[in-house]
Design a protein around this ligand. Structure first.
Ligand code: AMP
Ligand code: GLY
Length: 429
């Protein structure tokens, strides 16, 4: 198969690494890719927003499958543009990707179809928004309607914080047009987990669950980021809970989208809160999680390519999911630039990657890296995802942090507690 992978982050490096291991692959290109992806694919000088360029390349090079990693091009309709040219695409079209692109659309869809989620309302007017916060009481959550790189959800412990968040979005427009309309919702208590299902438009199967660590500092302190680390599997999302999530959340959501003319071909990411009343949706995303994808790919035993192709071709998917069944666990620790998720500098030299990958079970996925005069340098907020597999979670964690200790760049910071709560619970049993 001739495959084109679209994207340039840690998620796409993990996908490239996994795809390249498939005996089915004859050629793998990445657009635009990154220095890590370049080890597995030929990187192309094409940007994510260049739908014509990407479609032209894919048709001109007899590409059998296009895999779109990030949400931005999906929400903008890249999959539609590619499908119009007869290409097989892994990734939903714009109408289905709106499940991530517009929180108001996603929440309204859930409300219309009785899919469990936090109570909410949508606002463009700050006065009405503040009134609703008083009705809900604190804590509550203020979210930008549009995409804000994982930073558009503001958890407010007090009404004063909620007022400030409303001002930030609606009055000062700090998120631009993404925050011109906001969703305000009740705060849900419980364990959070990310669940991934594959949908081909004709069938849907569960893929895997992982847990992300959203805040920048240990013990869930500090502002939210794109994700500072992840692990899989998640005990609370065992097979029985996954079956319940499929029945109560994933299947009705896909049916609802199809009924509204937006059949879904790709991976549906359900961000869940496992509350006392059962699983509820925090948010939907139209692509793999980053860094959840890194741990899911690292742990997956079977070939990913036939699954991606079946989704893209709109085939019926295999009913059982043997590909996720390995006894192992996987952990990813994100190494971030000094200052992230606020302002940070780039172009800083990175050392120690080979030494880190010498630790058994460790792969280092590139998220925000670049080359400067041949040297590997930082080029983003999240720079690397040090990922490790092991026979259990404790082994995977030890290996990942052994890898982390060997890597250095000026200003580098990371969480030291990835999977710690899960490990504590495992020890307590
Ligand atoms: P989102 O961008 O919607 O995924 O929100 C980012 C993070 O904010 C989530 O991963 C949760 O940790 C937190 N969050 C968002 N909405 C809620 C909610 N209704 N209740 C509790 N926590 C929430
Ligand atoms: N790790 C969270 C996300 O990909 O949205």
């Amino acid at each position: 198969m001739r495959i084109l992978l679209v994207g340039s982050g840690g998620r796409e490096h993990a996908l490239a690494w996994k795809i390249a291991q498939s005996p089915l692959v004859e050629h793998l290109w990445a657009a635009p890719g990154n220095p890590g992806i370049a080890k597995h694919a030929r990187c192309l000088d094409l940007t994510l927003d260049d739908a014509d360029g990407l479609a032209g390349f894919a048709t001109g090079h007899d590409v059998d499958l296009v895999v779109v990693g990030p949400e931005m091009p999906l929400v903008a309709g890249l999959a539609d543009r590619l499908r119009e040219r007869g290409l097989a695409v892994f990734g939903p079209g714009a109408r289905a990707a709106a499940i991530e692109g517009s929180k108001a659309f996603a929440k309204d869809l859930m409300a219309r179809h009785g899919i469990p989620t936090a109570r909410f309302r949508t606002f463009g007017d700050p006065v009405a928004a503040r009134r609703f916060c008083r009705e809900l009481g604190a804590p509550c959550v203020v979210k930008t309607d549009g995409l804000a790189a994982g930073k558009g959800a503001i958890v407010c412990a007090t009404l004063a914080e909620a007022d400030a968040a409303i001002a930030q979005c609606l009055e000062r427009r700090e998120f631009g047009s993404a925050g011109a309309s906001i969703v305000i919702e009740e705060f849900m208590h419980g364990e959070e987990a990310s669940f991934f299902a594959l949908s081909s438009g004709v069938s849907v199967v569960p893929l895997a669950a992982a847990q992300d660590h959203k805040t920048v500092f240990d013990d869930d302190r500090g502002p939210n980021t794109g994700g500072m680390g992840a692990y899989t599997p998640v005990r609370a999302l065992d097979a029985a809970m996954q079956a319940r999530v499929m029945r109560e959340i994933v299947e009705p959501t896909l049916v609802a989208l199809a009924a509204e003319g937006a059949a879904y071909q790709g991976v549906l990411y359900a961000g869940l809160m496992l509350t006392k009343e059962g699983p509820k949706v925090v948010e939907f995303n139209c692509r793999f999680g980053d860094p959840e994808c890194q741990v899911i790919m690292a742990r997956m035993a079977d070939d990913l390519v036939p699954l991606l192709a079946a989704v893209a071709r709109g085939d019926r998917l295999p009913a059982s999911t043997p590909w996720t069944v390995t006894g192992r666990a996987a952990v990813c620790v994100a190494l971030a630039s000094g200052g992230y998720p606020g302002r940070y500098t780039t172009g800083v030299d990175i050392t120690g990657l080979l030494e880190a990958e010498a630790v058994p079970g460790v792969h280092v996925f590139h998220a925000g890296t670049g080359r400067h005069e041949g040297r590997l340098v930082t080029a983003g907020g999240r720079v690397l995802g040090v990922t490790a597999v092991g026979d259990d979670l404790a082994i995977a964690v030890d290996r990942a942090y052994a890898g982390v200790k060997r890597i250095h760049f000026e200003g580098m910071h990371y969480r030291t507690d990835i999977a710690r709560r899960a490990l504590g619970e495992a020890r307590a049993r």
